[in-house]
Write a protein that binds this ligand. Sequence first.
Ligand SMILES: [Zn+2]
Length: 260
Amino acid sequence: MTITWDWLKQKSFRLNDPNLHPTVAQRAWEVVFEAWKRGIYVLITQAYRSIAEQNELYAQGRTKPGKIVTNAKGGTSYHNYGLAVDMALYTPDGKSVVWDTDTDFNENQKKDWMEVVALFKARGFKWGGDFKSFKDMPHFEMTFGFSIAQLKAGERPSRPSMTVQVPEPIIIDKKEEKYTIPTAKADRILAILQAQWQEKDGQIKQYQVMWQAENAKPDKCPQKLDEFHQAADALRKEQRELAELADEIRKASGRKAVNG
Ligand SMILES: [Zn+2]
């Protein structure tokens, strides 16, 4: 299967959580979209996490079964303030979610995971893979300069009053366009315009012949030469107008090339 943007964006619905800081959501959407364009399919597995959810996660591998997945108790993770996201990758067939940091699925000689890391960093995120103690490879956070201590004390980065825009690819599909002039009718109009254009062409050639004949005379008349010249120029202007008109008709009918 080909992974479409419509399919992929549904999977990262966590970015639509209103508890997520809008700038974090916007930049993360951009990352997911840019990666998709490169053939890398990012899944946002976690975004905002409540303090209760964080405590549940902290208990895992400690007071509850499972592997330890976090060193952060409730209130000590940027996720709890809507300032962090976690990622995973879809395999190109869309069938598996992987935390594979080495594979070059899109075959451009770069590790896909690291390509995504670069996209996040370019948008102001700190990467968990750069943490000194607990390396958290799927984790990205935007702190706005706020420490966990400040956040716990109730301080918050300001939230811009923006609407998060999910990026959308620009698809140019000619079949979808609604033309205002049916092709058959356009062809008839174009034929009429073409005939008029050729008629003007014939007249221009006549003036050219007349100009040459006059110019060859020993007693040539400059006024006549000028008159023939101007008449031909006026006809050329009319030809240009006909050509512009034909272009308009072509655009309105979906005809591309001259003469259909
Ligand atoms: Zn995380």
